[in-house]
Write a protein that binds this ligand. Structure first.
Ligand SMILES: Cc1cc2nc3c(=O)[nH]c(=O)nc-3n(C[C@H](O)[C@H](O)[C@H](O)COP(=O)(O)OP(=O)(O)OC[C@H]3O[C@@H](n4cnc5c(N)ncnc54)[C@H](O)[C@@H]3O)c2cc1C
Length: 374
């Protein structure tokens, strides 16, 4: 018998949905509130590395997930001219019959996760969030924005970078900060050679190509934007081409095909890390709400997914809720801090144009750390 039998999840993104799936599979009743009244996600892709493939298997999702994704084995690092420097082999952590890594469109991932969460019994309310909560030793009474109330044994804030739950727990102590860089993304038909994650070391930033489907890949690049400018759609294509000046090879060829500002996805990079246990009483933060970082290591969503799996394990592993949440933090804190700090460090090195920055070494270290059991 689980000591926690019902949970409220605030936020229906990657972390919240994976937590809903993991908890439902343990027989726990889950309510989920999502602020957006239309449950859409923006149309670019995401890299999911071998630790994520492993956790998708543990969530019982792997077949549907792989059907929606592009599987690949290794990561290639290339020079600014597109010359291959090194191939870093992937680890098949989900088992020898499954791929090491995948690229997947955010929409396809959202469809798999949201359909599974609902099939398993998650009660989803869109266009709703929590107004506030009161907690005591036995549970949390939550007031919702639609005027209703609920009583839960655990509340999980999975509401992302600008988390309202984080504000309710910690006030304004932890605020997202702009890191000085932005990322630019553009979809293309997949080029024949892009059957792996291809990373190009540019003069002032990094660029990459990520396969998402047989006929789709996306190009990303990071850039230093000290003033965090607002970018109007009418200038986005030209500005993205400028950020890619200096790249030869395939990136140079693709640069000239970036012509439609409406298709450029531009995002200033912001980060926050809650540098103390991510809970108070029976209210816990997971995912970006606790540890949003930059995409330099392609692990933000990976950490949110791992949080979800570990949470479901710990709150069904006996002890009091305080013991369960303490065990959760012990398993998650240092690992997420490593990803958070090293992603930020990679961005800093790009800003400084530090020729001594060992990106290949960092990627290898990240793969080694994330391959370890959670
Ligand atoms: C440019 C970029 C590229 C990235 N690429 C990768 C990558 O390749 N691989 C990778 O692993 N990670 C990547 N990440 C990181 C990844 O996107 C995040 O770490 C991940 O989405 C975190 O999931 P989450 O569920 O915690 O938060 P989110 O995905 O932000 O979801 C939060 C959800 O909560 C909802 N919400 C917000 N406020 C409220 C509220 N008050 N009440 C209710 N609901 C609310 C939101 O609408 C949203 O649905 C990237 C990030 C960026 C910025």
């Amino acid at each position: 018998m689980n000591s926690v039998s019902n949970v409220l999840i605030v936020g229906g993104g990657i972390g919240g949905l994976c937590a809903a799936i993991a908890l439902c599979r343990k027989g726990i009743a889950v309510d989920l509130v999502e602020l957006k009244s239309e449950w859409t996600v923006y149309g670019v892709g995401i890299i999911q590395q071998s630790n994520v493939v492993r956790e998708m298997h543990r969530l019982g999702l792997l077949e549907a997930y792989l059907d929606a994704a592009y599987a690949f084995e290794d990561v290639g690092i290339y020079s600014v001219e597109g010359e291959p420097l090194v191939r870093i082999p992937g680890h098949r952590l989900a088992g020898p019959q499954y791929p090491a890594n995948v690229g997947i469109s955010r929409r396809a991932l959202h469809k798999v996760l949201s359909e599974t969460a609902i099939e398993l019994g998650t009660q989803v309310r869109l266009g709703t969030t929590l107004e506030g909560f009161d907690q005591d030793d036995e549970g949390v009474t939550v007031a919702f924005t639609d005027g209703s109330q609920g009583r839960y044994q655990l509340v999980v804030g999975a509401d992302g970078l600008f988390s309202k739950v984080r504000g309710l727990l910690f006030g304004d102590k932890y605020q997202p900060r702009f890191t000085g860089q932005s990322v630019w993304r553009y979809n293309f038909p997949r080029a024949a050679g892009i059957d792996h994650l291809a990373n190009y070391q540019g003069p002032s930033g990094n660029a990459g190509l990520v396969p998402l489907a047989d006929d789709l890949m996306y190009l990303f690049t990071t850039s230093h934007e000290p003033t965090n400018p607002r970018m109007d759609e009418s200038v986005l294509a030209e500005e993205m081409r400028k950020r890619l000046e200096g790249f030869g090879g395939l990136i140079g060829q693709l640069r000239e095909q970036i012509t439609n500002g409406a298709e450029v996805v531009y995002k200033p990079l912001e980060a926050v890390f809650v540098d103390e246990p991510w809970y108070s009483g029976r209210v816990l933060l997971i995912g970006d709400a606790a540890h949003a970082t930059t995409p330099h290591l392609g692990q933000g969503a990976g950490m949110a997914i791992e949080d979800a799996v570990v949470l479901a394990e710990e709150i069904t592993a006996g002890g009091t809720i305080q013991e369960q949440l303490k065990r959760f933090i012990e398993r998650r804190f240092e690992r997420c801090k490593f990803i958070s700090e090293n992603s930020l460090m990679a961005g800093e090195k790009e800003i400084q144009r530090d020729p001594a920055f060992d990106r290949i070494g960092l990627v290898k270290q990240m793969l080694e750390v994330t391959a370890r059991p959670i």
